[in-house]
Design a protein around this ligand. Structure first.
Ligand SMILES: C[S@@+](CC[C@H](N)C(=O)[O-])C[C@H]1O[C@@H](n2cnc3c(N)ncnc32)[C@H](O)[C@@H]1O
Length: 717
């Protein structure tokens, strides 16, 4: 039996806990804790002597009452927040919105939980079109309170289907200020796990949908001119990113695996540098604004966290400015409140930009979003003390600390308009802490054609010294090996289809009756005989086609549109349509379409693999006539009366039964979303299916399949 851990405030050295004066002058002990701090995180006390001392010195709160409010808010878990996905098609979107409104308006908007009245979910005031929501219902109450089952199921299943995206409220801010237009080429430099990428991608598609009249335009006009490159240095996190973005199914995305500070300059079809219209620079940071979600911050916070990241943040932001088009916009953000990771980086960037970058005044935009202006001055403090300037450091620290950590003079700060930066504090609107700066490029950045940001950080220097020192050599090499192992790049490049694949795809084109408008030239694969075929937008194709861009380490790209399934003998076409792409492909398909009602869909979901005889005669006849293979299943009906009307699925017609080409998990989610009973295939006596959804008779092949390594990793992520 383990002993119960003693609960104590998180201080580096408890002996050093000392009395300090608060702003109001009264004495307080940093270790004292008026907050019922152990209410939510059993063994973590949301206090840290050094955090409190540092942020109090900064003067971010106007008085003691606000400070208490700040610390009190940090001691509570974050509310649940999520966005409604705008690219799921009208029918699903209205299902989501209707269900949410029903939940929100139940019981006149409040519910009693543990004796307290708690608000039911409501829209985030500052987020456009009520498309983002907040709920302060504690997560642990979901299981205990049957009145919350509906909301709990809503969150689980719509999130799993990609109909909503769980995302911290503050994390939704940077993409809003990026002001994306449908023709923009965008780079998200540090993108994993991808909540901001998906928000940007949705925005790109939504803006395009507003511009084009989908009812009038040809299907080929549905795809935006712009695209996004989502990058991260961590290969495993790139696979998470690929998984997250694949839920949206867009042909306008590339996922890459580079150090953002050395991200390669791309070239367009004229071999001219391809500068980007928008760049999101959501850099790695100490994350002290995330303590409500990640209470470990209280145990770990120390002065060196921010100082140690400053140079990398500056290098990444500098590279972003190199790659940005003149007239383009870059948004720099962190989930830290520490000025050495924020205003200090922006000030250094502005100085080295020599006037080519300007902070943008966005104070009149999103007026409901409460925020504070950027600050002009801050102390540079470590555990040994506070240093007025770099000259005060000893020789060792001079090697480690960059001069850019220190604030400029007030006059310089004013000239740079550091007040245009935005600080969001947790107590202002019940969120995490965040920092956002919006910059525009008004002229070429000095040395912007450099292939990388050359500056050596003091840490690099130190590593070099370590390398020469035998004692540290082994340790250093081990670290590098571990980093290289983590960042091994295994992926095959994306390429145009081989002649053999083109011939096979022409068979598929004929099989599904794809119109001539379908862009066969925008299909890609990862080898001459790959099983997966991807559909890329023109903008993505321009990057892939230029050999100058071969250095791009692409983890995944575009939209999986077909998957070949070998070994099906007599099958007329071995290529199945991927469910991810069905909404895009549907307008081009003229053959192998079967229309069913919501009741038919309910049957499919309930029994997973119903027999033809289970359907009404009209559907049965259509299925019999169709012949075996993949088909497009469309749900008919009126949107108001039939929740699933207008939805389309990729489905499989077997010899005597049919099923959807989606995973079992997705089937369960549809069952929950539409309130349909689901009978596990094992217990399923309606059909002849015996053990699992993936084993089949003659033609009823696996519901999900994957062979390329990238997708295997996606699925495990
Ligand atoms: C704050 S998180 C990004 C969160 C992400 N933008 C989102 O909204 O989901 C920072 C990311 O930066 C990545 N990262 C760290 N160092 C990097 C570097 N040198 N270049 C690119 N990415 C880096 C980390 O792997 C991490 O995924």
């Amino acid at each position: 039996m383990g002993r119960k851990r003693e609960k104590k405030p998180n201080t580096w050295d408890p002996k050093r806990t000392k009395k300090s004066k608060t702003e109001g002058g009264e004495e307080s002990t940093a270790g004292d804790n008026k907050i019922d701090s152990t209410k939510y995180w059993n063994d973590i006390v949301p206090r840290n002597e050094f955090f409190e001392a540092y942020y109090k010195t900064l003067g971010i709160c106007k008085d003691d009452a606000e400070w208490e409010n700040f610390m009190g808010t940090l001691a509570k878990p974050l509310p649940t927040t999520f966005r409604i996905n705008t690219t799921i098609g009208k029918s699903l979107q209205s299902v989501v919105v209707d269900q949410l409104n029903e939940i929100a308006n139940d019981k006149s908007g409040t519910i009693e939980i543990d004796g307290e009245m708690v608000e039911l979910p409501k829209p985030l005031k500052w987020y456009p079109n009520n498309m983002a929501w907040i709920s302060d219902i504690p997560k642990k109450s979901f299981r205990k309170n049957p009145a919350l089952t509906k909301f709990h199921n809503f969150l689980i299943h719509h999130n799993q289907q990609g109909n909503i995206t769980r995302q911290e409220a503050v994390s939704m801010i940077p993409p809003l200020f990026l002001d994306v237009q449908s023709h923009h080429r965008i780079l998200d430099m540090c993108a994993a796990p991808g909540s901001k990428t998906t928000q940007i991608l949705e925005d790109l598609h939504m803006k395009h949908n507003i511009e084009v009249n989908l009812d009038v335009e040809k299907p080929s006009a549905y795809i935006p001119k712009g695209s996004i490159i989502a990058n991260d240095v961590d290969t495993n996190r790139c696979y998470m990113l690929a998984h997250q973005t694949s839920r949206l199914g867009s042909p306008a995305i590339i996922i890459t695996n580079h150090e953002a500070q050395n991200f390669p300059l791309l070239y367009d079809s004229n071999n001219e540098p391809m500068y980007l219209d928008r760049i999101l620079c959501d850099v790695p940071c100490s994350g002290d604004g995330t303590s409500r979600k990640n209470p470990e911050v209280w145990k770990k916070w120390n002065f060196s966290g921010g100082i140690g990241l400053h140079t990398l943040q500056l290098r990444i932001a500098t590279r972003g400015c190199h790659l940005l088009k003149v007239g383009g916009r870059i948004v720099y953000s962190t989930c830290s409140m520490n000025p050495v990771e924020n205003e200090a980086v922006i000030a250094a960037l502005l100085k080295r930009s020599e006037g080519s970058m300007k902070l943008v005044d966005v104070s009149s935009q999103y007026p409901d979003l409460v925020r504070s202006p950027g600050i002009y001055t801050w102390p540079v403090t470590d555990k040994e003390g506070t240093y007025a300037n770099w000259d005060e450091l000893d020789e060792l620290k001079k090697n480690k600390y960059f001069k850019t950590l220190w604030p400029s003079t007030e006059e310089e700060a004013k000239k740079m308009h550091l007040e245009y930066c935005m600080r969001v504090y947790p107590h202002q609107q019940n969120t995490g802490g965040f920092f956002i700066a919006v910059l525009e490029k008004v002229a070429d950045f000095p040395n912007q054609l450099d292939t990388e940001t050359k500056e050596q950080t003091p840490a690099d220097e130190e590593n070099k010294n370590n390398n020469n020192n035998n004692n540290n050599k082994g340790k250093f090499e081990k670290k590098i090996k571990e980093r290289d192992r983590r960042n091994k790049f295994y992926e095959e490049p994306f390429q145009l289809l081989s002649e053999e694949m083109k011939t096979q795809l022409n068979v598929a084109k004929e099989f599904y009756g794809l119109t001539d408008e379908f862009p066969m030239n925008n299909l890609l694969s990862r080898s001459d005989n790959s099983q997966k075929v991807y559909w890329a937008s023109d903008s993505v194709m321009e990057i892939i086609k230029n050999p100058e861009n071969k250095r791009l380490k692409i983890i995944n790209c575009a939209l999986k549109v077909f998957q070949r399934h070998d070994g099906l003998g007599s099958m007329d076409c071995p290529y199945r349509i991927s469910q991810d792409s069905i909404l895009w492909l549907e307008p081009f398909i003229t053959k192998r379409i079967v229309t069913m009602t919501h009741d038919d869909l309910a049957k499919i979901i309930k029994y997973t693999e119903p027999k033809f005889v289970d359907f009404p005669s009209a559907v049965r006849e259509e299925l019999v006539k169709l012949g075996p293979g993949c088909f497009s299943l469309k749900i008919s009906g009126n949107l108001r009366e039939t929740p699933s009307s207008g939805m389309t699925f990729s489905a499989w017609r077997g010899s005597t039964s049919m099923h959807l080409l989606v995973s079992k998990q997705e089937i369960q989610s549809y069952a929950s979303i539409f309130g349909i009973e689901y009978v596990s295939p094992r217990a399923n006596t309606n059909t002849n299916t015996t053990t699992t959804t993936t084993t089949t008779a003659t033609t009823d092949a696996k519901t999900t399949e994957s062979t390329d390594s990238s997708e295997k990793k996606d699925e495990s992520a």
